[in-house]
Design a binder for this molecule. Structure first.
Ligand code: WQD
Length: 286
């Protein structure tokens, strides 16, 4: 079977696809440094294969989940979509490369309509408490780690760095509720229906910076649990302050984040308290 022919899905896939939202990427910065080939294979080759299958089925509308990590260590904030791009780890390099692949595909075939959505720091859970974050192994990211401390799966949270030039010395990030993020994807899909859209990038953040210590306090308030802390040095590769300018998304996607830090912590705790071991069996070990 030729390579092209192998891309045609079985006949029961006769349905026409209007568009594709691609967020099937590996996303742990630390893991990407330990397993770069896993990340290049999954994220890069997986995206190239997806684009080829889409083209083979006449579907040329894509929303791609990119990341604020492509801003590297921004010299100023808020970050606009025009900021210089860089990557400090294999995960970030896959995001940067996939953005370039999408731009090249659109340049070669302008009938491709692509939106690159740069996530800042997604947190929270669906308010129902039925869907939430359940990373395998030791969480790389802040909020799932806090969540696992709060339910008693981990003894303490390590704070990486408290000597940054920030409100309280800890790192500052733009945490965005996952439901706001989902709404941002709906807005992007609607934007793809517009005639003049080509390959565009949009920040999906709140435009507000929150420090690590501030979000720990907010989670303690939401959960009623004390989060024991261990202070440690800065984590290699961490930026000091990163938060989004959301003007372009507000103007062109007619989208703006609705939820604040307290909503994020409330919904994250609602999920964690109902699912202390995530989707796994009780007492499942990491
Ligand atoms: C946030 C802050 C840490 C853990 C990465 C990706 C980004 C996105 C989210 C996909 C930093 C501090 C963390 C801990 C801590 N990925 N921290 N103790 O590194 O900003 O962003 O994940 O959507 O693309 O780059 O997120 O949650 O790892 O760290 O003190 O145990 O929390 O130092 O200041 P990050 P993070």
């Amino acid at each position: 079977m030729t390579r092209e022919a192998s891309y045609f899905l079985p006949s029961y896939f006769d349905a026409q696809f209007d568009a594709v939202i691609h967020f099937a990427g590996l996303k742990a910065v630390g893991e990407s440094a330990q397993k770069p080939l896993l990340y290049y294979n999954n994220n890069l080759i997986g995206t190239i294969t997806l684009l080829e299958v889409m083209a083979a089925h006449g579907c040329k509308k894509l929303v791609f989940s990119s990341s604020a990590t492509v801003y590297g260590w921004p010299k100023e904030v808020p970050c606009t979509e025009e900021f210089p791009l860089s990557a400090a780890n294999p995960y970030g390099r896959t995001k940067l490369t996939i953005e370039e692949i999408c731009r090249d595909v659109h340049r070669a075939e302008p009938d491709w309509k692509i939106i690159l959505s740069r996530y800042f720091n997604p947190v929270g859970a669906h308010p129902s408490g039925y869907i939430g974050e359940d990373p395998r192994g030791v969480p790389n990211n802040l909020m799932p780690f806090i969540q696992q401390v709060a339910v008693g799966r981990r003894p303490a949270l390590t704070i990486f760095g408290n000597d940054y030039n920030t409100v309280d010395g800890t790192g500052v990030r733009d945490f965005i509720h996952v439901v706001d993020l989902a709404d941002g994807h709906i807005a992007a899909l609607l934007k793809l229906e517009e005639a003049d859209i080509g390959c565009e990038v949009y920040n999906l953040g709140t435009g507000k910076g929150t420090s690590v210590s501030e979000i720990v306090r907010a989670f303690e308030h939401a959960s009623g649990k004390k989060i024991p802390l261990v202070k440690a040095g800065r984590r290699p590769g961490d930026a000091e302050i990163v938060y989004a300018s959301t003007e372009k998304a507000e103007r062109e996607l007619k989208w703006k984040a609705k939820y604040g830090i307290d909503d994020m912590c409330r919904d994250q705790w609602n999920w964690a308290s109902k699912n202390p071991y995530g989707y796994g069996p009780p007492d499942s070990t990491d």
